[in-house]
Design a protein around this ligand. Structure first.
Ligand code: GDP
Ligand code: MG
Length: 628
């Protein structure tokens, strides 16, 4: 059988999910009447927000329009396994895992927008995986489409010829058949001709080694853990004994099959295929993404995935203390399906028992919170997000000042701390290091000045500028992660009228003049509201947070002084007056949809208040520290 495994990669909104729709339609994988728009965005949240969050595989069959010229095996249809991927930078781990299961990628570029930051980022990832790239320009139906100019940019980027680039309208279905033909022509077959053939006649436990890479997994209420795999060699069948090489567990295959995109059961899942294996395991720790499924425990594991590095951390606490075990279970199950999610227990004097969670970015954090609430019915309080700092202690015995679990193994005088509450007294701190990232921004020529200014205000250093046809620029920076992780993207979008895009990647840790900014309510430090800032911006940030808190804290029957302090020294102050009749006032300004969302959240999160001494903290209070 002839198989091609490929994915569609692109910047967000360039039309990946729509092209996947058309492909399913043209190949007859789905009838038009069954097909919803962006069919592969199956999660309720994806449909509401109009973005792809999870990778989604689907199998199709296609016969090349002129089989002879394709050099494919006669008239027999080729099996195409497609993986639709997200385009937002926070979900790049989904993309990188999809890439590892594929041999080629369609690089889709909206030719009314041109190459964007994520186009460059996902292309780099695909090239690192040595995938064959098929460049495709989408949305040629739009009046603003400029295939000439964008085509020239793509040629420069890939070093390809103009005739290598296909022009399509995924919306109208124009050019989609040609893309499928090109996939068969260009992308290497999933079963290399050199593969030691033929598979042993289906005898018991044939000598043929069998291995597959788990690129995703999901906990199914009835079937237990289901592994999404790319079979590298051999084949899988129901009843077969399998070994998970990483977690050293032995399981039995309860079912195998492919995605339509729904589960479709098959007799065998053969070499080269993408499909699923139902393991029945109820243990969320057993079936891990990146692990190898093998016929024997003695086989060497396949190269897994790079450990994913969380970028931002926040505390997640149940609104009611007795919901802590439910939250743990929910996080465990969700982390099986979201391999980028990290969590560990955390205790906070004011908030009780919860979890410190690591996310790839703020959108990821937001999505996790919503999934916990919708899919697992959790009611949460989430603290202000922070990056992970390295704190070098001057003290002889660091264990006296920070929990020993925070100390770095290879550098025991250094603690890795994301929770400002865990910062030791400044007098025992030798040095604070913060994460820096390599930032790439693609924008219009006329926005370059404003982008430079914004990035400099976040302590960014410009390292290079390149220009595309028509004056669009690619700006390269090095910048502290802290400066771009919170509201930077919103600012970038608004200064560029939505035209700029960005992507970033961790560079490493650098020493910085950082201080802990404490918030005092009624003169008492509210540790859950503390934040780490650069000394030069401490006053300004303190003033903004105090003002925000004044707006969002519920009034009480007494006056509440709100103060910001560094090492005991007050740097900003506001006073929340005592309770009067009208309390709707604390639904602060901003646009209507934000207000509506807040109201909705309040309806659901009635309980979402935490008593801090004599002051109640609403979820909004924690988020006030976020938007500066
Ligand atoms: P994704 O984020 O890359 O998956 O993009 P989607 O498939 O969700 O598409 C983003 C938006 O672009 C949707 O509103 C689509 O209807 C629209 N779109 C996709 N392809 C085309 C096209 O060829 N022409 C036009 N005019 N719109 C398109
Ligand atoms: Mg999509």
């Amino acid at each position: 059988m002839d198989i091609r495994n490929f994915c569609i990669i692109a910047h967000i909104d360039h039309g990946k999910s729509t092209l996947a729709d058309r492909m399913m339609e043209v190949t007859g994988a789905l009838q038009k009447r069954e097909l919803k728009e962006q069919h592969l965005d199956m999660m309720e949240l994806e449909r509401e927000r109009g973005i792809t969050i999870k990778l989604t595989p689907v199998r199709m069959q296609w016969t090349h329009s002129s089989p002879a010229s394709a050099g494919s095996s006669g008239q027999a249809p080729t099996v195409l396994n497609l993986i639709d991927t997200p385009g937002h930078t926070d979900f790049r781990y989904e993309v990188s895992r999809s890439l590892a299961a594929c041999d080629g990628a369609i690089l889709l570029v909206d030719c009314s927008q041109g190459i964007q930051a994520q186009t460059l980022a996902v292309l780099t990832m695909a090239l690192e995986h040595s995938l064959t790239i098929i460049p495709v320009l989408n949305k040629i139906d739009l009046p603003a489409a400029d295939p000439e100019r964008v085509g020239a940019d793509v040629m420069k980027l890939l070093g390809c010829r103009r005739e290598d680039i296909l022009l399509i309208s995924a919306k109208e279905g124009r050019g989609v058949a040609e893309v499928l033909d090109r996939v068969i022509e260009k992308i290497p077959s999933a079963i290399p001709p050199s593969s030691p053939q033929p598979p042993s006649p289906s005898g018991e436990g044939g000598a043929r080694p069998t291995r597959a890479l788990i690129f995703d997994a999901i906990m199914d209420t009835y079937r237990g853990a289901v592994a999404y795999v790319r079979v590298i060699e051999g084949e899988f069948k129901r009843g077969q004994k399998i070994h998970l090489l990483g977690t050293k567990s032995q399981l039995e295959v309860l079912d195998v099959g492919h995605f339509s995109p729904k589960y479709v059961s098959d007799d065998v899942l053969g070499e080269g295929q993408i499909g699923y294996i139902v393991t029945g395991s109820k243990d969320v720790l057993q079936v891990r993404t990146g692990d190898t499924v093998a016929s024997s425990a003695d086989l060497p594991p396949l190269p897994g995935y790079k450990e994913v590095q969380p970028m931002v951390f926040a505390g997640l606490y149940p609104s009611e203390a007795d919901e802590y075990p439910d939250l743990r279970e929910a996080l465990e199950k969700l982390s099986l399906n979201d391999a980028a999610l990290r969590f560990e227990p955390e205790r906070n004097v004011a908030l009780g028992n919860g979890f410190r969670c690591g996310f790839l970015g703020l959108l990821h954090m937001d999505i996790i919170q919503e999934r916990l609430e919708r899919e697992y019915d959790c009611d949460l309080v989430i603290t202000a997000p922070s990056v992970l700092y390295e704190v070098k202690l001057a003290a002889k015995n660091p264990g006296e000042y920070v929990r020993t679990s925070l100390l770095k193994e290879d550098e025991p005088s250094v603690a890795r701390i994301s929770n400002p509450a865990d910062f030791p007294d400044p007098t025992v701190i030798d040095e604070i290091r913060e994460p820096w990232v390599k930032l790439e921004i693609v924008c219009r020529g006329e926005d370059v000045g404003a982008v430079m200014q914004l990035t400099q205000s976040r302590r960014g250093l410009n390292t290079a500028i390149e220009y595309f046809e028509g004056g669009r620029a690619v700006l390269h920076f090095e910048v502290p992660l802290q400066g771009i992780v919170l509201d930077f993207f919103d600012q970038l979008k608004s200064l560029s009228s939505g035209y700029a895009s960005m992507s970033y990647e961790l560079l490493g840790y650098r020493s910085g003049d950082l201080v802990k900014l404490q918030i005092l309510l009624l003169g008492e430090p509210a540790e859950a509201l503390s934040t780490i800032v650069h000394r030069s911006e401490a006053h300004a940030v303190g003033a903004i947070i105090c003002a925000k808190l004044k707006e969002v804290l519920p009034q009480e029957q007494f006056q509440i002084p709100i103060q910001a302090a560094i090492g005991g020294k007050i740097v900003a102050r506001e006073t929340l007056s005592a309770y009067r009749k009208d309390v709707t006032g604390y639904l602060y300004g901003g646009d209507v949809s934000r207000k509506k969302k807040l109201l909705e959240k309040q309806k659901k999160g009635k309980k979402r208040m935490k008593q801090m001494g004599r002051v109640k903290l609403s979820q909004e209070a924690f988020l006030a520290v976020l938007k500066r």
